[in-house]
Design a protein. Structure first.
Length: 283
């Protein structure tokens, strides 16, 4: 009797372990399917601005869209992933007011429903089943059928999204960074950090003081910067925002002029980045 009981307990334990693995694998398959469908949708709707590889302006300066196929968009922390997915879903649904990113949801004149937007978000935030490689294959297939038109200009006033909907737009209208503030609100700093991640700024500029492809942002604000021509300039708000808008105008000594011009950054994004850089310490 005791042996039978032990065997029953062991069988239940083995079944629980097997069922957990089966459920986990089922979730993985669902994510892979969603990401692959997202790859189809990206190739059809998004590559004109965000590039064939999803790396936007980093892929080619002609693309006005931000890089999406980047590691910072695939966080491993569950809370961070959920927050990013909500923000990306809202951005795709509503577009970005003040930029050429249009709303894509059917309710706002777009062509995507809730499930299709979710699939795009899964592609961007998980790359489940190496979906970005599949997206490139789908892009090649579409390229063979027809030639894409030239990407839209980020400065074309007829292309600017002036609509407001969703959490992203509400946050933007509630606190849009304009000019140097007397005191930097925490919301601006948080927005600037998100922009730095979304546009892959952190792949070249560190916040720790370590030297990267570009100058570190740690204690940059207020410091004296020596330029490539030997002249110096104070890294104040005007210098920071000018360097983001037109990075080739003033090159820091010891660094190369490799930073692209991010034409899709709005004024709110630029000022938020300046606020974030300022928060990393000043001299």
């Amino acid at each position: 009797m005791v042996l039978l009981l032990l065997l029953t307990v062991l069988a239940m334990g083995l079944y629980w372990a097997w069922d957990s693995v089966r459920a986990e694998r089922a979730e993985e398959r669902q994510a892979e399917t969603a990401a692959e469908r997202g790859a189809h949708l990206f190739a059809q709707n998004c590559r004109l601005c965000h590039g064939r590889t999803g790396k936007g302006v980093s892929e080619n300066p002609v693309f006005p869209g931000i890089p999406l196929n980047i590691e910072p968009n695939r966080p491993t922390d569950a809370a961070e992933l959920k927050s990013l997915q909500l923000r990306l879903g809202d951005t795709i649904r509503c577009g970005r007011a003040g930029t050429i990113m249009p709303p894509w949801h059917l309710d706002y004149g777009g062509s995507l429903n809730d499930e299709q937007i979710r699939q795009l978000v899964v592609l961007i935030t998980t790359n489940a089943g190496n979906a970005w490689e599949k997206e490139l294959k789908y892009s090649d297939e579409l390229d063979a059928q027809f030639e894409l038109p030239a990407p839209p200009s980020a400065t074309d006033p007829t292309q600017i999204n002036t609509g407001y909907c969703g959490a992203v737009a509400r946050a933007a209208t509630a606190a849009t960074p304009v000019g140097e503030p007397t005191e930097v609100p925490p919301a601006w700093i948080a927005q600037g950090e998100k922009v730095a991640i979304s546009f892959a700024c952190i792949s070249c500029h560190t916040s720790t003081g370590a030297t990267g492809v570009g100058p570190t942002w740690k204690e940059l604000y207020g410091s004296t910067v020596t330029l490539s021509d030997g002249s110096t300039v104070t890294a104040d708000w005007a210098y920071i925002t000018e360097s983001i808008r037109t990075p080739a105008v003033k090159i820091t000594q010891g660094f190369q002029a490799v930073m692209p011009t991010y034409t899709s950054l709005s004024e709110a994004d630029i000022n938020a980045l300046a606020a974030y850089i300022k928060s990393l310490g000043q001299q």
